[in-house]
Design a protein around this ligand. Structure first.
Ligand SMILES: Nc1ncnc2c1ncn2[C@@H]1O[C@H](COP(=O)(O)OP(=O)(O)OP(=O)(O)O)[C@@H](O)[C@H]1O
Length: 231
């Protein structure tokens, strides 16, 4: 278990209600420092699967071990804390606090994660260093998140995910809003930072062309049994 950042075992989940979408993932593991691209068509359950990994929804059955802790077995408050400590999340729409400064946004996960805060010994300095490494202009940290360009907001979302070196980064279609050149630059920065800290990376995309940059490419239909109730 020591070199495994994420291990999924016999996971089963069904969305309540009439849509009746259900997902079974018998097994998936991600090693420390490994990068995985998860491909799948729209509606194949990629975002559902990421929510199960993050513990924002709970499986009906099975385990989701993050750095050796089954996040699905924890009570709400403890689960939130483990998520904040162990996982840096980059959402499709970035989910930045609109009225917070860039610095507020980057430091946010540390409020809920004392061990992660400790690793970022001087958090504001680390945040500024991440901004510089990610190519954000000097002085950007005091700007309101909403005043930034889309590409800059994406970099802030990456800095927020990376601060305090969580062992696992989860990214849900983080390049969907970028043009081809910006996509390449974005992935360069993400991989450079993840490699420096031996961080595991699980990224979801529709775009199979990104696959060559990752250690492993998996398809939703290869790892999961998916069922949809008839309409
Ligand atoms: N909040 C919800 N409540 C009920 N059912 C949901 C909910 N979210 C998703 N589903 C069901 O799960 C299915 C898979 O959705 P999901 O968003 O996980 O797929 P996806 O592969 O991430 O799609 P996309 O690539 O379009 O983002 C949906 O078709 C829907 O039936």
């Amino acid at each position: 278990m020591t070199n495994t950042t994420l291990e999924i075992t016999k996971l089963a989940y069904r969305w309540p209600g009439r849509a009746g979408f259900s997902l079974i993932v018998p097994h998936l593991s991600v090693a420390q420092g490994e990068s995985l691209l998860l491909l799948g068509e729209s509606g194949s359950g990629k975002s559902t699967f990421l929510s199960l990994i993050c513990g924002t929804i709970l499986p009906d059955k099975g385990r989701v071990d993050i750095a050796g802790t089954d996040i699905a077995a924890l009570s709400g408050g403890v689960r939130d804390k483990v998520r904040a400590e162990q996982i840096g999340v980059i959402f499709q729409q970035f989910n930045l606090l609109p009225f917070g400064s860039v610095m507020d946004n980057i430091l946010l996960p540390l409020h809920f994660a004392p061990a992660r805060r400790k690793r970022a010994a001087d958090a504001t300095t680390e945040a500024s260093q991440l901004c510089a490494a990610l190519g954000l202009p000097a002085g950007v940290t005091s700007a309101k998140a909403t005043t930034l360009s889309v590409g800059q907001q994406q970099r802030v979302a990456v800095a927020r995910a990376l601060i305090g070196q969580p062992p696992l980064i989860i990214a849900d279609e983080p390049t969907s809003a970028l043009d081809a050149n910006s996509q390449v630059a974005f992935l360069d920065l993400l991989f450079e930072q993840a490699n420096t800290h031996n961080t595991s990376l699980l990224m979801v995309s529709h775009d199979a062309r990104l696959g060559e940059r990752f250690d492993r490419v998996i398809r939703m239909e290869d790892i999961a049994q998916i069922e949809r109730a008839a309409a």
